[in-house]
Write a protein that binds this ligand. Structure first.
Ligand SMILES: Nc1nc2c(c(=O)[nH]1)N[C@@H](CN(C=O)c1ccc(C(=O)N[C@@H](CCC(=O)O)C(=O)O)cc1)CN2
Length: 287
């Protein structure tokens, strides 16, 4: 079996084209969505991701507000920028690019954000709404994973999903989305403390690999016909991305997301989707 590619690049392009139409409609009503980003330090990958987010905004017609601070920025300086964006009427939604430099209290920064402007769905109030099953912006990577699976008709209802990873942006929140009644999956969350990871993986219909461990998921760990989402990003000595999924998995799985070109572009598309959704909701637009 050769797996079908879950093409995140193409799916994200289609989503963004639909969003561009919705932004035009908002602008016709005098509403201009604006995405703010807070980028601290000089992590090359973070700079690349944030640049991509602003390229998406330009493509779709969303205004960009960019705030950059040096790696030496203090907690207070970052919090000041967050307060500015909370008060800026041109900024309808924003994100703080993660990870923040060592020594910065990330949770405190997230808690300071205006939850109504949280385009990443990572403010504790919005994560809490997800637990309570109330409408809230969804964390972008988990949201992108679900949109990608739906795009290719992968059955979520009743599926056994194994998530590997417990980070805030993906691992912790994706089970909350997958176990909603609309998705109806059964989720096992695995992590570095899981005793027999292979035993869990082998019975999964869907694997979401977000551990950041190169080639962690081996062909022999995958049930034939499973869908495998490669979310983890590590880099080799040349800076090239190495995912969590071994290339040999393509011969066993029925669907696989490439890395790059899979979940990454979907993460960006769902961020702009959150910005447009929030602008429409504020304007009372029903869809
Ligand atoms: N505030 C946030 N911080 C982080 C998030 C997040 O959702 N919110 N997720 C990741 C990084 N991320 C978004 O910020 C992100 C990762 C990857 C991509 C992407 O398009 N990747 C490309 C490859 C790019 C490359 O060559 O390096 C791909 O997969 O094709 C976009 C966004 C952590 N931080």
């Amino acid at each position: 079996m050769t797996a079908q590619i879950l093409d995140g690049k193409a799916t994200a392009a289609a989503i963004k084209s639909e969003l561009a139409t919705r932004v035009q409609a908002l602008k016709a009503r005098g509403i201009a969505p604006g995405l703010g980003t807070v980028l601290v330090g000089d992590d090359v990958a973070s700079h690349k991701y944030v640049a991509g987010k602003h390229r998406d905004c330009a493509e779709i017609g969303i205004a960009s507000i960019q705030r950059e601070l040096p790696a030496t920025a203090t907690q207070e300086q970052i919090e000041e920028v967050v307060r500015e964006l909370n008060d800026d009427p041109d900024c309808t939604g924003y994100i703080v690019q993660l990870p923040l430099p060592k020594g910065i209290d990330e949770n405190r920064i997230l808690q300071l954000m205006d939850p109504a402007k949280d385009a990443d769905g990572l403010h504790p109030a919005n994560l809490g709404k997800l637990v309570l099953n109330e409408p809230a912006p969804l964390p972008c990577t988990p949201y992108g994973v679900i949109r990608l699976l739906r795009q290719y008709g992968v059955e979520l209802n009743g599926a056994e999903v194994v998530v590997v990873g417990r980070g805030v942006t993906i691992g912790r929140s994706i089970p909350l989305l997958l176990t909603r009644r609309s998705e109806n999956s059964t989720v096992t969350q695995c992590h570095t403390g899981t005793r027999d990871l292979s035993a869990h993986l082998r019975r999964a219909d869907i694997i979401v690999a977000a551990a950041g461990v190169p080639h962690l998921i081996k062909p022999e760990d995958v049930k034939p016909g499973a869908a495998v989402l490669d979310v983890g990003v590590s880099r080799d000595e040349h800076g090239k991305i190495v995912g969590d999924v071994h290339p040999g998995v393509r011969d066993v799985a029925a669907w696989i997301s490439p890395n790059p070109g899979g979940v990454g572009p979907m993460t960006r598309a769902m961020l702009v989707a959150n910005v447009v959704d929030a602008a429409e909701a504020a304007a009372g637009v029903t869809r």
